[in-house]
Unconditional design. Structure first.
Length: 99
């Protein structure tokens, strides 16, 4: 579970200039000490850092991974727990991901 395909990212329409970014994401990052950086594509892995790439989802649209890969533990840290792991069920039920 390493390499650029596992980097920490957030996709928002407009990226860092999105109203959603200013309203919520930036404040959470400031509170937690994470650094937000514009993603440009082919960005390096973020493992072991407090870096999250912010991508413009209009330029970099979402491509769903296998359902198995959604809401699973990353195996590099303690388990996230069953509440997190079960989020896949509600995401399938409401259509956020497709099985």
């Amino acid at each position: 579970d390493r390499g650029a395909e596992y980097r920490s990212v957030i996709g928002l329409p407009g990226g860092n200039s999105s109203n959603l970014f200013r309203a919520a994401i930036e404040s959470v990052a400031n509170e937690t000490g994470y650094t937000l950086q514009s993603g440009v594509g082919s960005d390096p892995d973020t493992l072991g850092t407090k870096l999250v790439y912010v991508y413009d989802s209009n330029k970099f649209p979402f491509h769903q991974a296998e359902v198995f890969m959604q809401f699973r533990d990353d195996f590099q840290s303690p388990p996230y727990g069953p509440v997190y792991n079960r989020l896949v069920e509600s995401a399938l039920d409401d259509g956020r991901i497709i099985g």
